[in-house]
Write a protein that binds this ligand. Structure first.
Ligand SMILES: Cc1ncc(COP(=O)(O)O)c(C=O)c1O
Length: 460
C-alpha cells in the first residue's frame, strides 16, 4: 500500500525520535525537512524543492549525493562478502589494505589503525586506550583529559564528557569526572580590546599551562582537539595558537590527540587539518569523509609505542577488551578504498584549493554586511559571526534567534546551512562544489542576510 508524503511526515512526527532536535517542536510540527533524494551538491525535499547543501549533511558528504563508483563498490562487496567480524583475530582483505593505506597517507608516521563505526566511538576508544596505556606504564593516576569548551567530540559517555557542549551534559548527569575544559579560541569574541591574535594565543596557552599545573601534570592523560574547531561554528585558530599550545604539550609530555573527523580528507585544502596547521599528533581520529558518508565508518590511528602498551593489556586480559560488531565492516572498507581512489584521481586537494579562493573571498565580502561581525575560514570551511554591533562586538539578544532566522531564510531561498549559538553560521559545502555553485550559494546567503536585516534593523 502506497503511503503518501503527508502520512510519512506524520509517521516521522509520531514514531521517530531524533537526536540533537527540539523534541517538543518536532512532536508538534513534524520534521523540519524531509529529504528524499540528492545529486551533486543538491538535496531535494518532499515538497519538490531543491537546496544547495551548505553543510555537507553533517560535514560528511564530501563527494555529494550521487556517486556510481561508491555505489558499485558497495554493491560488489555486498555480493562477495557482506559482513565479516574483526574480533578473535579474524579479518578480510579490504580492511587490511585500508589500514595500510591510512597509515601511508597519515599526517605523521602512524603505525596502527583500529576501525570503529562513528566519530564518537573512535574518540571513546582512544580515551580507553590512553587510559590502558597509562595503566600498563604503571601511571594509573594519569586519567585527566583536557579539551575545549564548544568542542564536539561525540555523544557516547566518554566522548560527550570531552565535548564542551553544556546542553549535552546537564540532563544526563555528565560530564564524568576527570574531564577538564579550556576556553574556545574564538579571537573575535573573546579577545580583549587591542589584544593581538598572538597575545590572545599566548593567553590561551597560559590558561592551558595553568590548567595542567592546577590538576597536577602527572594526572593529565591527553589533550583532545580538532585542528580547526567545528563545534561552536567553524572557529579558525588564531595566529600563534597551535605553536603556543604545542609548546605547552611538549613541556609537560602531554599526549596530543587530534580529532580529524571534520577536517580530515581535504576540508581545509590539505589532506589533514594537522598539515594545514602544523600539528604533530600522537594519535588521530578520522571518520565522515573516510567513506564520503556513504557508509558509517571511523578509525583511530596511533603509533607502535601505544600499541606495545596495549599489547601488555591484552597479555594480561587474554584479549584487547574492546571492539564493535560492525567495526571494520567489509562494505565500509570497500567504500572507503574507493573514496580514497576518487580523492586521488580527481585531485581533491587541488580542487578544494582552487574553489576555496572564490569561496573564502565571497564569505569575506559578507563583512560589508551590517549583520556580519567576523568571517574566518580555510579551505571549504568557514564560520560567519552575526552581531548587533560590529565594532563593539555585541551579540543579538538570544531570544531573537538571529542565527536561526538567517538559517531559515537561507533554507527558504534554497540553501541549507547551520546556525550555531551564538548566532554563528557554519558554512562547509560538499568538497566537489564548483565555482558557479559557490556563487549561487553565497548569493542566497546574502539574500537571507538582507531579509534578516530588514526585520532587525529597527531593533539594532
Ligand atoms: C570533530 C568531531 N568529532 C567527533 C564527532 C562525532 O562523530 P559521530 O557523530 O560520527 O559519532 C563529530 C560529529 O560531528 C565531530 O564533528
Amino acid at each position: 500500500m502506497a503511503i503518501d508524503q503527508t502520512d510519512i511526515r506524520d509517521l516521522d512526527r509520531t514514531r521517530h525520535v531524533h537526536g540533537q532536535t527540539d523534541m517538543r517542536a518536532h512532536h508538534r510540527n513534524g520534521p523540519a525537512a524531509m529529504v528524499v533524494s540528492g545529486n551533486g551538491v543538491r538535496i531535494r525535499t518532499d515538497d519538490g524543492r531543491e537546496l544547495i547543501d551548505g553543510f555537507s549533511g553533517l560535514g560528511c558528504v564530501s563527494l555529494g549525493y550521487h556517486n556510481d563508483r561508491l555505489a558499485d563498490a558497495a554493491k560488489a562487496q555486498m555480493d562477495t562478502l557482506p559482513y565479516a567480524p574483526t574480533f578473535y583475530g579474524r579479518s578480510h582483505p579490504k580492511i587490511a589494505v585500508l589500514a595500510e593505506r591510512l597509515c601511508k597517507m597519515a599526517a605523521v608516521p602512524f603505525d596502527k589503525v583500529m576501525f570503529q563505526c562513528s566519530g564518537s566511538e573512535a574518540n571513546d576508544a582512544m580515551i580507553k586506550f590512553i587510559w590502558a596505556r597509562n595503566i600498563a606504564r604503571d601511571e594509573p593516576k594519569r586519567r585527566k583529559l583536557i579539551s575545549r569548551w564548544r568542542g564536539y567530540y561525540g555523544n557516547t559517555v566518554a566522548a560527550v564528557s570531552l565535548s564542551g557542549q553544556p546542553h549535552m551534559h546537564a540532563n544526563f548527569g555528565l560530564p564524568m569526572d576527570d574531564f577538564l575544559k579550556l576556553s574556545t579560541p574564538n579571537y573575535y569574541l573573546a579577545s580583549t580590546d587591542g589584544e593581538t591574535e598572538e597575545e590572545f594565543s599566548a593567553r590561551m596557552a597560559q590558561e592551558f599551562e595553568d590548567c595542567i599545573l592546577d590538576a597536577g601534570p602527572d594526572t593529565i592523560a591527553a589533550f583532545f582537539a580538532e585542528p580547526m574547531q567545528s563545534g561552536g561554528g567553524a572557529i579558525r585558530p588564531p595566529q600563534g595558537y597551535w605553536p603556543a599550545m604545542q609548546a605547552v604539550m611538549r613541556k609537560y609530555g602531554i599526549h596530543f590527540h587530534v580529532d580529524e573527523t571534520v577536517c580530515g580528507f581535504g576540508r581545509t585544502g590539505e589532506m589533514w587539518g594537522a598539515q594545514k596547521f602544523g600539528l604533530e599528533p600522537d594519535s588521530t581520529t578520522c571518520a565522515k569523509a573516510l567513506t564520503a558518508a556513504f557508509f558509517p565508518m571511523s578509525a583511530i590511528m596511533f603509533k607502535d609505542e601505544l600499541f606495545k602498551d596495549l599489547m601488555k593489556n591484552s597479555d594480561e586480559a587474554g584479549v584487547l577488551g574492546h571492539g564493535f560488531t560492525y567495526a571494520g565492516h567489509p562494505v565500509g572498507a570497500a567504500v572507503a578504498l574507493e573514496a580514497l581512489n576518487i580523492y586521488d584521481e580527481m585531485d581533491l586537494l587541488g580542487h578544494v584549493r582552487r574553489v576555496s579562493v572564490p569561496f573564502l573571498e565571497g564569505c569575506e565580502a559578507l563583512m560589508e554586511h551590517p549583520l556580519v561581525g567576523d568571517v574566518r575560514g580555510v579551505g571549504l570551511f568557514c564560520g560567519i559571526q552575526l552581531v548587533r554591533d560590529k565594532d563593539a562586538r555585541t551579540l543579538w539578544d538570544p531570544s531573537l534567534k538571529v542565527g536561526a532566522m538567517v538559517q531559515d531564510l537561507a533554507h527558504k531561498y534554497g540553501l541549507y546551512l547551520r546556525s550555531i549559538q551564538p548566532d554563528r553560521i557554519s558554512f562547509m559545502p560538499p568538497l566537489i562544489i564548483n565555482e558557479d555553485e559557490v556563487a549561487e550559494a553565497q548569493g542566497i546567503l546574502k539574500t537571507a542576510l538582507d531579509e534578516a536585516w530588514v526585520r532587525l534593523k529597527d531593533t539594532a
